[in-house]
Ligand binder design. Structure first.
Ligand code: DGY
Length: 320
């Protein structure tokens, strides 16, 4: 019997076709996430699910799917899944690391450059016909070259962001739960700082840690207060790492210079007041959104989904 799998959003065609060669695929072909009820109904007879970060995969959903043998998440982050519960039930959970590292690092840099040099803000002004013409003291931003970049979380993406900083002659400092070996620090040109020191010294603070209960509101009012008034916060990791209400206050009061955000606490909603601020660049969770990266993610998610259904260990298991 062919396994039955649920794919909760449309994926690049060639990955879907490969999956269809091995499984009966129930694909949500609509251009929207499944509602909770739809998810619960459609998972019932399934052996596997290829889920998105917008799908909450919890005990209730696992209860509704007595045959579930694998949860393959189409993302490197997996905070949408109750991994502990899946592990308790012996269900492998997988993610798509590695393939989106460089694209996410690129997007991080897009936000750094944009917010520091006021590109989106200037674009809005120019389009609206409010450009008064070249002026010596108008729309001044901060230099990126030669500045200090503070990276919080020195995993794959943090390192890729650090590598790019070399071209800008930046000093790169980092904070991470585990400090890198000295030779790796040297090779990357980064130096370790305790978190408060990093916050006080960095001109750009960029977040690259996974979201969990421990990292919830890692950056709140107290941390924002430690940052320089000329510094920027960049978040391409997960929204709830930052207390958005505290961030709006800090941005409004000029406690920090600005923020470049790709992720939000309650996507796709924005915290009250955020969209009204000129000193923020807001991109809609685009970290991995290039054609080539999304295709690689899809191929990896399919590999991860098929392996347990064929009695094999999936390439990227996240259960501990
Ligand atoms: C991830 O993979 O976790 C990203 O947020 C998806 O773009």
């Amino acid at each position: 019997m062919r396994p039955k799998v649920l794919v909760t959003r449309k994926l690049p065609q060639q990955a879907l076709e490969r999956l269809e060669r091995h499984c009966d695929v129930d694909l949500n072909g609509e251009d929207r996430p499944l509602t909770r009820q739809e998810l619960l109904n459609r998972i019932r007879d399934k052996d596997g699910i290829l889920s998105m970060l917008t799908d909450r995969i919890d005990a209730e959903l696992m209860d509704a799917a007595p045959k579930l043998k694998v949860i393959s998440n189409y993302a490197v982050g997996f905070n949408n899944i109750d991994v502990k519960e899946a592990t308790r039930r012996g269900i492998p959970v997988t993610n798509t690391p590695g393939v989106l590292t460089e694209s996410t690092a690129d997007l991080t840099w897009a936000l750094i450059m944009d917010v520091a040099r006021r590109v989106s803000e200037g674009d809005r002004v120019t389009r609206a016909g409010r450009w008064p013409g070249w002026s010596p003291m108008w729309m001044l931003g901060q230099d990126v070259h030669g500045a200090t970049l503070g990276i919080i979380g020195m995993g794959r993406i943090g390192k890729a962001v650090a590598r790019r900083a070399r071209g800008f002659d930046m000093q790169v400092i980092y904070y991470s739960r585990t400090r890198l070996p000295e030779d790796e620090e040297r090779a990357l040109g980064v130096s370790y700082r305790p978190l408060p020191d990093l916050l006080r010294q960095a001109d750009f603070v960029s977040l690259h840690v996974p979201y969990s209960e421990e990292t919830h509101h890692l950056i709140g009012a107290a941390e924002l207060a430690m940052m320089k008034s000329t510094a920027y916060l960049i978040n391409t990791a997960r929204g709830p790492l930052v207390d958005e209400r505290a961030l709006v206050r800090a941005l409004r009061e000029g406690q920090i210079a600005g923020a470049g955000l790709d992720v939000y606490e309650r996507e796709p909603e924005l915290a009250e007041g955020l969209a009204e601020l000129d000193n923020v660049v807001l991109s809609p969770h685009l970290g991995s959104s290039t054609w080539s990266t999304r295709l690689k993610m899809a191929e990896l998610a399919v590999d991860n989904l098929l392996a347990p259904l064929q009695g094999k260990r999936p390439p990227h298991l996240v259960n501990e």
